[in-house]
Design a protein. Structure first.
Length: 299
């Protein structure tokens, strides 16, 4: 959405809150209390159970399949091949000798230092400062892992893994020796899942489980409150209206959270964009961005 339309999110939030305040205040205190309890219960249950259920689903059904899919698309030379291609594309017009690169990596105790030393000697002259080449090398690592994961698994997880490599390249360097197992790539695939795939996959499932519990209990609450307070006349007391309105505002806040979760689900399942503010319109909002940021960081 265009960033100039940011007001739709804050405006929609205001309309929802005001609507819930007005409608709840009109329906009487008994209905207001019953529906308020149901809405609060829905978000408590969703928060309490979503992580456990999502974790169970992932580890019981999905994880072994992810390991197998990663393994079948990897071999003991693929990492070097991909690194060769990316190093030649970092902007220095160099030609990397793949066999020499593989030998350097296999015998290295300090990948960054040894690879950068090799790059600075390819053309018989220094390409660039170590800090710059180190940054570009880590970017290559991130691209390689992203490509490996995106071949079979979630684009969201691939993008998440890429950013994680940039944040902590040392973690990726512990993976490199596992790529050179001539017999099996399963340990490498297991490492990738454990450090880069499991958490974002569980997060994706967690959002779906959260909205499922939230929606189910909100629906049950609606059906129950239809029968609560039948025959009750609308209170004329200002206090009763005020209390009902406050309870309605809390219900509206739960509903806004549900909308934020649905938007987040559409992002993680529908695009390969990551992680925080995919939508510039949300980033410019005054209120909705804080709700969305909470959902984004809901681990």
């Amino acid at each position: 959405m265009d960033s100039n339309l940011w007001w739709i999110y804050d405006g929609g939030t205001a309309v929802i809150l005001l609507s819930f305040i007005f409608i709840t205040a009109k329906r009487g205190l008994a209905k207001a209390v019953a529906s308020f309890v149901g809405f609060i219960l829905s978000i408590v249950v969703a928060v309490a159970l979503s992580n456990t259920v999502a974790d169970s689903i992932y580890h019981t059904i999905i994880r072994s399949s992810n390991v197998k899919n990663l393994t079948k698309h990897m071999n003991n030379t693929k990492f070097v091949e991909m690194l060769d291609e990316r190093l030649e594309d970092i902007g220095y017009s160099i030609s990397v000798n793949q066999n020499k690169l593989e030998t350097i990596i296999k015998n290295s105790d300090d990948y960054d230092n040894d690879i950068i030393d090799y790059l600075n000697k390819i053309n018989g002259k220094k390409l660039d400062e170590k800090a710059r080449l180190e940054f570009l090398l880590h970017d290559c690592y991130a691209d390689i892992l992203k490509a490996m994961i995106s071949e079979e698994l979630s684009p969201f997880c691939a993008e998440s893994a890429s950013r994680q490599v940039i944040d902590d390249p040392n973690e990726f360097e512990q993976l490199i020796p596992l790529f050179f197992d001539a017999e099996t790539q399963t340990p490498a695939a297991e490492y990738i899942c454990e450090h880069y795939v499991d958490e974002p996959y569980i997060y994706c499932f967690k959002l779906v489980v959260f909205i499922a519990f939230l929606g189910l209990i909100m629906l049950i609450t609606f059906l129950i409150t239809k029968s609560v307070g039948k025959g009750e006349t609308m209170e004329t007391s200002f206090v009763s209206h005020a209390v009902s309105g406050i309870l309605g505002m809390a219900k509206g806040a739960v509903f806004v959270v549900a909308i934020a979760v649905i938007i987040r689900i559409s992002v993680v399942y529908g695009t390969n964009q990551l992680l925080f503010f995919e939508n510039p319109a949300i980033e410019k909002t005054y209120v909705f961005k804080y709700i969305y940021e909470y959902i984004t960081n809901y681990k």
